[in-house]
Design a protein around this ligand. Structure first.
Ligand code: ZN
Length: 223
């Protein structure tokens, strides 16, 4: 069942690894089907390059396994994915990574301020990528701790752990947001370093909200 969604989740999981967002067996990905509330989630303990469509696991939001062709275990962090889908029913996909710069900021419990305009696309409400307090990976505490931050923003750092991004369209968009988190974390690191450790200036939330494709920009052969 859900073959096409399984394929999408698998492809993004592999791409995230190729792009350096998650190494080896770290990180996990899921996408939800609205009609049934089923989610397709990546398995645990398998090298992503060796993963196939049949290794993707279908679960419901009660954490019951609906289909598991390969018999692998779901990612140990699936509880977090489920709690996110419950807390934000519009969310269609979750991408969780341990990318280096984002995780370094998460180790420092340092929210990433809105230092460049691109953050306007990251679903922020407080002008920052917040940090969710530490919870042991795979436990209900981790899942619960992420929720207040994921209500604040589509992109969140998880203290001493990594990053999570959600999107209300699809897994590709959630993956892009995870990639932006890493890019921003790297920029922020360089800005802090170049500035002797002092905070760079950042945008306030109301400025971010004003951003849209500028009406001043027009092209001669289109509107
Ligand atoms: Zn993790």
């Amino acid at each position: 069942m859900l073959e096409s969604l399984k394929k999408d989740v698998l492809e993004i999981a592999k791409r995230a690894q190729r792009d350096g967002l998650c190494k080896h067996k770290s990180g996990n990905f899921s996408a939800k089907v609205d009609e049934t509330g089923y989610i397709v989630v990546t398995p645990t303990g398998l090298d992503r390059e060796a993963m196939s469509v049949r290794d993707m696991i279908v679960m419901n939001l009660d954490a019951e396994v609906i289909e598991n062709e390969s018999g692998l275990r779901p990612t140990s962090e699936v509880l977090m994915h489920i709690e996110i889908y419950k807390a934000r029913p519009e969310v269609k996909a979750v991408a969780h990574t341990h990318s280096a710069y984002a995780t370094a900021m998460a180790v420092l419990a340092k929210p990433i301020p809105a230092i460049v305009y691109e953050v306007a696309n990251l679903g922020l409400t407080q002008g920052r990528i917040p940090v969710a307090p530490y919870g042991r990976p795979g436990t209900p505490a981790l899942a619960e701790n992420v929720i207040p931050s994921i209500r604040e923003a589509d992109c969140v750092l998880m203290e001493k752990h990594g990053a999570v991004a959600v999107d209300d369209r699809d897994i590709y968009e959630a993956f892009l947001k995870a990639a932006y988190i890493e890019e921003l974390a790297e920029l922020y690191h360089h800005a802090l370093t170049a500035n002797g450790g002092q905070e760079p200036a950042s945008f306030a939330q109301d400025e971010l909200q004003k951003w849209a494709y500028p009406s001043e920009i027009t092209f001669p052969n289109s509107k």
